[in-house]
Design a protein around this ligand. Sequence first.
Ligand SMILES: N[C@@H](CCC(=O)N[C@@H](CS)C(=O)NCC(=O)O)C(=O)O
Length: 205
Amino acid sequence: MKLLYAPGACSLGIHLLLEEIGAPYETEAVNLREGAQFAPAFTALNPKSKVPTLVRDDGSVLTEFPAIAFWLARTHPAAKLLPEDAEGQARALEAMDHVVSSIHMRGFTLMFRPDSLAPTAEPEAAKARGREIFTRGLEVANQALAGKDYVLGDFSIADAALFYVEFWGAGRMKMALPANCQAHYARMLARPAVQRTMAAEGLEA
Ligand SMILES: N[C@@H](CCC(=O)N[C@@H](CS)C(=O)NCC(=O)O)C(=O)O
């Protein structure tokens, strides 16, 4: 397997899942700032120009965080990254979709690219709205974590998703996370697989 990733991007969550699994994999850094995701070598693999992009051993390509995480968990059951029952699997997908679609794609994106959907005459208002969505999303995750170490109780792919937005909030933006998210972030950072991933991407918490 080969993961195309960008240091500190949402691909961080998939990177750490590969470390948790422990099967051999390669990585290739994609320089998003230089627009490498639009170069033909990349779009030939993923015409959506996004990381994470996973090239599997048979050469086929899988994209979109929840799909990659779900596939990794299902194909590596020994790593115990996903509950076995339908309810638990649906909850994992629900939590990941909330992170990717709302906290990341609406909140974080609006904060840093206020004109990403349409030109706006009020970029500061759009950024503030993004911050509100990001913060509100983490508050919802915080409530769901009450009384639990991990999103579903035991560690799962849902934690990898929550971790990357916690890293963006606490690590990059130096925001105070709500208490349960802060404890979850610290718990994630204590995992050897997460530490190896952070080191490999050159990141500091
Ligand atoms: N829906 C996608 C989102 C992926 C995404 O937004 N990736 C960002 C990095 S965090 C990216 O590749 N951005 C490059 C670009 O938009 O040009 C997923 O779940 O994987």
